[in-house]
Design a protein. Structure first.
Length: 504
């Protein structure tokens, strides 16, 4: 196994040197990884709770021309037996099992996701081990393979289904791209953090790639993906599905946020949904304003919700809806809105496809395309503010320059009006393209999620640290979104799973 891992990394390095600006190396690495998957993943346990009682040490994961399976009728029978014996009132959870199905059809549970190891889980293990299974076949010959079965409890009823694996998601993420060649990242603070990673293969997470996430006032994390929405309370996941919402288990939820009243707002199926604890879900019909679709739902500090669209910025407060576009604000460079942010001075910053403006509390507008600041001909793509009133903006060049663009990076507006610009040539940033930022109010540092270079910790003075899959427990190098709960724990949605960073 070590040989194949070394071999794949060697090939990936060769390809990266030959094709540094293409996706060829990544595609070939994934192909090689999947090709050698049956041997490299022998005896791998997917879930945290391992059962080391199975005799077969060699198997592949959800593989074969015909994959190992258990009839749905049998799974329904198990659920029927369990539903007669247990009362699941007010229970919403799921347990996933990794089952080894040998070539003979003998079955044995290898691992599962129930960290409590409840009596219910023990009973389900006995049922799964005693089932009649159909072994996987490769070229007509039976082979040993592991498969996953998920049991879900919602609205007082247990149900079950086979949970097929997307093997491409198990491919190594490769190496991060670090454009900054002048900095040696010693990462002195790394030892102070515990990293915990959840994927759809070691937890009930619906998908590894998190499209959006938000933490509510009860410290519940709402995790939205293209394959479903789930809630995480710090210990376990509760699926948001047809039993407790307007969504199915696999509804692609494109964005989610939490407002100052702890209402949850989600965008799916070209509709806006609002969730209130104890009252359930409500559909909001903004079709005439949101015909072009929603890019982001953003929560402002004054209680307004901001919906960015290609036709303008939709502002909602107490069911009153206002559309801001070039017709209502001629100074806007474009009606195609990418981001919006209101700061502690009640100034509204709007990023468009053709530049950025700021409107103060007296409706006086500053156009940055004509100002000598880092925002000239740039669109803000994210923003965060510290307790001293300093504002940090991530930027995208409106001219769509390919590659590592030194005009991007982070623009800082100091409380005294001074502008700063950090990029990978004049600071410790490893790369210029930033996906997300978070000001850590507990440690008073800036966290930066990049597209290719991992997670950055900046102490706002002179120390830059860079965490990724090659030097830390981060599962990869692409970070989409960062959020923090009331205890100071930081959650990062990535291309390779959900990560929690907890101070030791």
């Amino acid at each position: 196994m070590v040989f194949w891992v070394w071999f794949l990394l060697f090939i990936n390095g060769m390809l990266a040197s030959l094709y540094p600006t293409t996706k060829v190396c990544k595609l070939l690495l994934i192909s090689l990884f999947v090709f050698f998957l049956p041997s490299t993943l022998s005896a791998q346990y997917l879930f945290l709770e391992k059962i080391e009682a199975c005799g077969n040490a060699s198997f592949c994961m959800d593989c074969g021309d015909k994959k190992a399976t258990c009839d749905q009728f049998t799974l329904d029978y198990i659920c029927g037996q369990i539903n007669r014996r247990y009362s699941f009132k007010d229970v919403n959870t799921s347990i996933t099992f990794q089952v080894l199905v040998e070539s003979s059809g003998f079955s044995c549970v290898l691992s599962h996701s129930d960290v409590t190891n409840s009596s219910l889980t023990s009973e389900l293990i006995r049922y799964l081990n005693g089932n009649i299974w159909k072994a996987a076949k490769e070229n007509g010959k039976p082979i040993s393979a592991s498969v996953n079965v998920m049991f879900r409890i919602a609205n007082g009823v247990m149900s079950a289904r086979m949970l097929r694996m997307d093997l491409s998601q198990l491919a190594p993420p490769g190496d991060p791209v670090i454009y900054n060649k002048t900095i040696t990242y010693t990462n002195p603070s790394l030892k102070n953090y515990d990293f915990k990673v959840w994927t759809r293969y070691n937890s009930p997470l619906p998908d590894n790639i998190g499209q959006s996430a938000a933490v509510d006032k009860s410290d519940i994390l709402w995790y939205a993906t293209a394959k479903g929405l789930t809630r995480f309370d710090g210990e376990g996941f509760t699926p948001v599905n047809e039993f407790n919402s307007p969504f199915t288990a696999e509804t692609p939820v494109q964005d989610i946020t939490v407002d100052k009243d702890n209402f949850k707002w989600a965008y799916a199926y070209n509709r806006v949904y609002k969730y209130q604890d104890g009252a359930g879900w409500q559909i909001y019909d903004f079709k005439k304003f949101l015909a072009s679709g929603v890019n982001h739902i953003l929560n402002s500090r004054n209680g307004k919700l901001l919906f960015t669209t290609k036709d303008g910025l939709v502002v909602v407060k107490k069911d009153k809806v206002v559309l801001l576009n070039k017709k209502t604000i001629p100074q806007l460079p474009s009606s195609n809105i990418s981001y919006a942010f209101d700061d502690s001075q009640q100034r509204l910053w709007i990023g468009t496809s053709k530049g950025t403006i700021m409107m103060d509390g007296h409706s006086i507008i500053t156009k940055f395309n004509t100002a000598n600041t880092p925002l000239k001909n740039m669109s803000i793509s994210g923003a965060t503010e510290d307790e001293n009133g300093n504002i940090y903006f991530s930027m995208v060049d409106c001219n769509k320059v390919e590659g590592d663009n030194d005009r991007e990076g982070i623009a800082v507006l100091k409380a005294n009006g001074q502008w700063l610009h950090y990029n990978d040539k004049n600071s410790g940033m490893p790369a210029n393209h930033v996906n997300t930022m978070l000001y850590d109010k507990f440690e008073h540092v800036l966290w930066i999620g990049t597209d290719q270079s991992g997670l950055v910790r900046f102490n706002l003075k002179d120390e830059w640290e860079n965490y990724h899959n090659n030097n830390s427990a981060m599962p990869g190098f692409t970070v989409y979104q960062l959020m923090q709960d009331s205890k100071g724990d930081i959650y990062a949605t990535t291309a390779n799973g959900l990560t929690r960073i907890k101070k030791k």
